[in-house]
Design a protein around this ligand. Structure first.
Ligand code: PEP
Ligand code: MG
Length: 575
């Protein structure tokens, strides 16, 4: 039986269900005798030191930088001066027991973080609780769940998988992670992605539905977990996993450019958003960065990043990419991305509200700081600027006016920048796609953001699960807007249309976009090789003819069915 949850990390995994019921120790507020104060404090300090040591041991045995960073964070929390003194004072002044003093200290810290408007800091509050439980267990002599006891392929299931669980030993037998709570931006979500472990979160009552020891199949690509598997299903799944591994190995070797069978070239770039991804980017395997999401540089902070900080990030990217392009999208804050220091009031319809360029135009100094940083970095590589959430020519003019001010400021400061930097816009709002032919006269390129274009064209909130069945990028209305946008740049030799929305990495989307003659695909770094491979299996002339026939159809279902047949015929095992 299949149980669907939310997508956290891709991949397929088969293994025995290991239910983690990591019992949180019960704590009461009983008082201690004044003669035991020193002993109680000593016990608390010893347990803190023991946990610090345990993190140090893990750090020394780790190769993965993200895990190391997390352990460093946990160690730093335990090494904070206030920790031991606050707990000691609490015990001395109130004669409360050590376990209660530990609990009070960490609960207060977690509570403060959970009230933050900043999603990143909010998520960190669960890390603090995780650390508290580790210290408590050590204080009470309770044994924690230990990964090193797992000796066969397993799928971990818990109400909440915490980083401490993943940090408790060797992960080689962990084939999947199922957590009832947590999200893609939680540390565990981020870790699962970095470690390449399939993860599906949010299946209600997972620890009750699945039983310890039963065989589970986790499909992180389609975000479901299957149990009650029979013999033939297990064999099919084993085949699927084997094929996926073989294909992954084969795709990892690809470093060529993407040409169709009849030699038409398509650019394949990566989407990126932070410095961690910079390490993962192999310049030789991509044609550039088609979307750099700057908001990630703002989200994890308590104050806005400085011009100097932003400049250094962009400069590093530009230098690493050499002459390959880096398209830096200006701040796309609002919608589902909130920041504590950015003052966007709670709105009824945040995706239709004060978002991205609308906020930036009104908050000129913040916007100009970012533009100046991009301009200064532009002399170190091949950087372009891209404005998100543009709905009219007036928006573009307002942004360009601020860009010109940023340039004059830099002239005054005698700082150099590329005076002819390319400026493009995202096509996310239907008005721009409809008027693409007029709008393109004012910009150097378009990048179609289908994640938003679909939600605005079909009036479907992209994060509302109740209407997700209406979110269909093969709707003929959406396809016509994409075609109109692509066609508008064809008349200019130096202008192009890219796509940085998720449709660009969808196998059926690739057929459609190759047929429509999209110039540049920009996709998640892990999808680059697969996109190149699929393009190389298509014949442009045939695909173009096929897609022109699709344009005559008026039903999304029919379009999808035809694309599916075409994919089966052309992509074979790669589909
Ligand atoms: C898009 O809307 O397609 C896009 C790439 O932007 P984001 O997902 O960041 O809104
Ligand atoms: Mg968008």
């Amino acid at each position: 039986m299949k149980h669907y949850g939310t997508k956290v990390s891709n991949g397929l995994g088969l293994g025995k269900c290991v239910i983690i019921n990591d019992v949180v120790p019960e704590v009461n507020d009983s008082k201690i005798d004044s003669t035991s104060i020193d002993n109680e404090i000593l016990k608390v300090n010893n347990s803190i030191d023991e946990c610090i040591k345990s993190y140090e041991n893990i750090i020394n045995s780790l190769i993965d930088d993200d895990l190391k960073q997390l352990c460093d964070f946990n160690k730093m929390v335990l090494k904070a001066k206030s920790l031991k003194t606050d707990i000691e004072n609490n015990i001395r002044e109130n004669l409360i027991n050590g376990a209660y003093a530990i609990t009070s200290y960490f609960n207060k810290k977690a509570d403060d973080l959970s009230k933050s408007d900043n999603n990143y800091l909010k998520e960190r509050s669960t890390d603090i609780i995780d650390i508290k439980n580790k210290v408590l267990k050590s204080f009470m002599g309770i044994k924690s769940f230990d990964l090193s006891e797992i000796k066969e392929d397993s799928i971990l299931v818990a109400h909440e998988i915490t980083p401490n669980i993943l940090l408790s030993g060797d992960l080689s037998y962990v084939k999947g992670i199922i957590s009832e709570i947590g999200g893609k931006t939680s540390h565990v979500g981020i870790l699962a992605n970095t470690l390449g472990i399939p993860a599906v979160f949010g299946i209600k009552d997972s620890i009750k539905i699945f039983s310890d020891g039963e065989l589970l199949f986790i499909n992180g690509n389609s975000s479901y977990v299957e149990n009650e598997l029979d013999f033939s299903e297990i064999n099919n799944i084993k085949d699927l996993i084997k094929k996926e591994l073989e294909i992954k190995k084969e795709l990892d070797q690809i470093s060529d450019k993407a040409y169709t069978i009849d030699n038409k070239y398509f650019e394949v770039c990566a989407n990126s958003g932070d410095l961690v991804e910079l390490d993962k980017i192999d310049k030789n395997k991509i044609d550039g960065v088609g979307l750099f999401r700057t908001e990630f540089l703002y989200l994890n902070k308590q104050v806005p990043p400085t011009e100097e900080y932003l400049f250094n990030v962009f400069k590093n990217f530009a230098e690493k990419l050499g002459d390959k392009k880096v398209i830096i999208r200006t701040l796309d804050i609002g919608g589902d991305k909130k920041c504590s220091y950015i003052d966007i009031p709670k709105e009824e319809n945040p995706f239709l509200g004060y978002r991205a360029i609308r906020y930036c135009i009104d908050n000129k100094e913040l916007f100009k700081t970012l533009l100046k940083a991009i301009l200064r970095a532009s002399v170190y590589g091949n950087i372009s600027i891209m404005y998100p959430m543009i709905s009219s020519l007036e928006d573009i003019k307002a942004c360009n006016a601020i860009l010109n001010e940023a340039k004059s400021d830099l002239d005054g400061e005698e700082k150099i920048y590329n005076k002819n930097i390319n400026v493009g816009v995202m096509v996310e709002i239907p008005s721009i796609a409809v008027c693409a032919e007029e709008i393109i006269k004012y910009v150097d390129f378009f990048s179609i953001g289908t994640n938003d274009l679909v939600q605005y064209t079909l009036a479907v909130d992209r994060v509302n699960p109740h209407v997700s069945k209406y979110y269909n990028w093969f709707n003929p209305g959406v396809i016509k807007l994409i075609k109109n946008t692509i066609d508008s740049t064809k008349k200019y030799e130096n202008k192009f249309t890219g796509m940085c929305g998720e449709l660009a990495a969808d196998p059926l989307g690739i057929i459609l976009l190759v047929g429509l003659g999209l110039d540049e695909f920009s996709v998640n770094i892990n999808s680059v090789n697969k996109v190149k491979k699929l393009i190389s299996l298509l014949n442009y002339e045939d695909t173009n003819k096929f897609v022109n026939e699709l344009l005559e159809l008026d039903s999304s279902l029919e379009i999808e069915k035809k694309l599916d047949e075409f994919a089966k015929k052309n992509f074979g095992k790669y589909y």
